[in-house]
Design a protein around this ligand. Structure first.
Ligand SMILES: Cc1cc2nc3c(=O)[nH]c(=O)nc-3n(C[C@H](O)[C@H](O)[C@H](O)COP(=O)(O)OP(=O)(O)OC[C@H]3O[C@@H](n4cnc5c(N)ncnc54)[C@H](O)[C@@H]3O)c2cc1C
Length: 335
C-alpha cells in the first residue's frame, strides 16, 4: 500500500486514525476523508475473507474477489487524501492534550484525537487435516456468504462448536442433502430430534480427515473409516476479536470479553471507537462497512461539537476582552 501523494501522507498527527483497512475501516475512512478530516488507515493487510475467491451478499460487489473490493476501496479513500499506512498497530496509549498515541510495530508513533478500531476477528479452525487447505474454498462457515453457491449439493456439517447443530439446521434451507458429523461434541436429544425432523443424517465422529483433490473437496472421512461424499463442508470456527490494541485503555467489555459500543460504535472511553467484526462476529462485509460509515458520521459530529465549544470559548474570551477594553477606553484587541 503506497497511498496518495498528498498533504496528509507524511504527517504523524491526524484527527482520526483508523486501525484496520477491511470493509469497516475503509468505509469509516472514506466518510471521514470526505468530511475533510485528516485521517490515516493503518492496515496489516490480512482481511478475514482473504481465503475466499469471491465475496457475496454485498450489493453491487456480489461475486467480486474480496481483495479486489478492498483495493478499489483503498483507491477511493486515497482519492480524498487519506493516508494509507501498511503496518500493524501494537498499542494505543493516552497522550498529551487528550490525544492518543498509536504505536506501530516498526517503531513509528502516530497521534490522533480519535481512534477507530476496525481490526476484525481471528477464526480458529479445528485441527482436522484438510480443513485449513479447504477453508474459504469448499469449507465455509456462513450460509449467507456461500450457501447459494452450493445449493442442492451434498453438504457435510462438522460438529465442532455449540452453534454447529443450528448451522446444520439452517443449511437445509439451501440443500436437502445435509449430513452432520458430531466430531467432538455429542448432540442433545432435542438437537437430534430436530435433525431427524429435517431429514439430516447424523453420524458420530470424530472426523479423521477431509479428502480433497486438485483443490476441490471430495469427501469427509470419519475415524471409523466411513466416508461421506460431499462437495462442501461447513463448520463454525472459534472467533476471537483482534482488539489487543485497545487493551489497558479501560473500554467496557461484555461477559464474553467483546468490546461494548453504542449503536454508532463509541466504546465507553471517549475518543475510542470500534466497528465491524472486532465488535460484532455476525457482521458481514456490507454490515461492517455500514458500521464504519455510521461511526464516521457520529465521530465527525463529535469533533465538530468539540470545535464549536473551543471556538465558542475563544469567541467569548475575545468578547469579554473587547468589552473590558472598551470600558477602560483602550483600543480593541486584534481578533
Ligand atoms: C472464508 C470467509 C469468507 C467470507 N465470505 C464473505 C462473503 O462472501 N460476504 C460477506 O459479506 N462476508 C464474508 N465473510 C465475512 C467477512 O470476512 C467479514 O464480514 C469482513 O471481513 C469484516 O470486515 P472488517 O473490516 O470488520 O474486518 P476485516 O475485513 O477482517 O479487516 C480487518 C483488517 O484489520 C487488519 N488488522 C488486524 N489487526 C491489526 C492491527 N493490530 N494493526 C493494523 N491492522 C490490523 C487486518 O489485517 C485486516 O486487514 C467471510 C469470512 C470468511 C472467514
Amino acid at each position: 500500500m503506497t497511498g496518495a501523494h498528498n498533504e496528509t501522507q507524511n504527517r504523524t498527527s491526524y484527527d482520526v486514525i483508523v486501525i484496520g483497512g477491511g470493509a469497516g475501516g475503509l468505509n469509516a475512512a472514506l466518510v471521514l476523508a470526505r468530511a475533510r478530516r485528516p485521517v490515516a488507515v493503518v492496515d496489516a493487510g490480512e482481511p478475514r475473507n482473504a481465503p475466499a475467491a469471491h465475496m457475496h451478499s454485498f450489493l453491487s460487489r456480489d461475486g467480486v474477489p474480496p481483495l479486489t473490493v478492498l483495493e478499489t476501496g483503498r483507491a477511493e479513500v486515497a482519492r480524498y487524501g487519506a493516508a494509507l499506512v501498511r503496518g500493524r498497530v501494537d498499542e494505543v496509549a493516552p497522550g498529551a492534550d487528550g490525544r492518543y498515541l498509536v504505536r506501530l510495530d516498526g517503531g513509528a508513533t502516530l497521534t490522533a484525537r480519535h481512534v477507530v478500531l476496525a481490526t476484525g476477528l481471528r477464526d480458529t479452525l479445528p485441527e482436522i487435516p484438510g480443513v485449513q487447505a479447504m477453508w474459504g474454498k469448499d469449507v465455509h462457515f456462513c450460509p449467507y456468504c456461500h450457501g447459494y453457491e452450493v445449493r442442492d449439493r451434498p453438504i457435510v456439517v462438522l460438529g465442532v462448536h455449540p452453534a454447529s447443530a443450528g448451522q446444520a439446521l439452517l443449511l437445509r434451507q439451501w440443500s436437502r442433502d445435509v449430513q452432520y458429523v458430531a466430531h467432538d461434541r455429542p448432540l442433545t436429544d432435542e438437537e437430534r430430534e430436530r435433525m431427524d425432523a429435517r431429514g439430516i443424517n447424523v453420524f458420530d465422529g470424530p472426523v479423521a480427515t477431509l479428502l480433497h483433490e486438485e483443490g476441490r473437496l471430495r469427501a469427509v472421512e470419519l475415524a471409523d473409516g466411513r466416508t461421506l461424499e460431499c462437495s462442501a463442508a461447513f463448520l463454525f470456527p472459534e472467533m476471537t476479536p483482534n482488539d489487543a490494541a485497545f487493551e489497558g485503555l479501560g473500554c467496557e467489555q461484555d461477559e464474553q470479553g467483546w468490546l461494548v459500543t453504542d449503536r454508532a460504535g463509541r466504546t465507553s472511553v471517549p475518543g475510542l471507537w470500534a466497528v465491524g467484526n472486532v465488535v460484532d462476529p455476525r457482521a458481514q462485509a456490507v454490515s461492517a462497512a455500514g458500521m464504519g460509515a455510521a461511526a464516521a458520521f457520529a465521530l465527525n459530529h463529535d469533533l465538530v461539537d468539540e470545535e464549536i465549544e473551543r471556538d465558542l470559548a475563544a469567541h467569548r474570551a475575545r468578547t469579554r476582552a473587547d468589552r473590558s477594553s472598551k470600558a477602560h477606553g483602550e483600543p480593541a484587541p486584534a481578533a
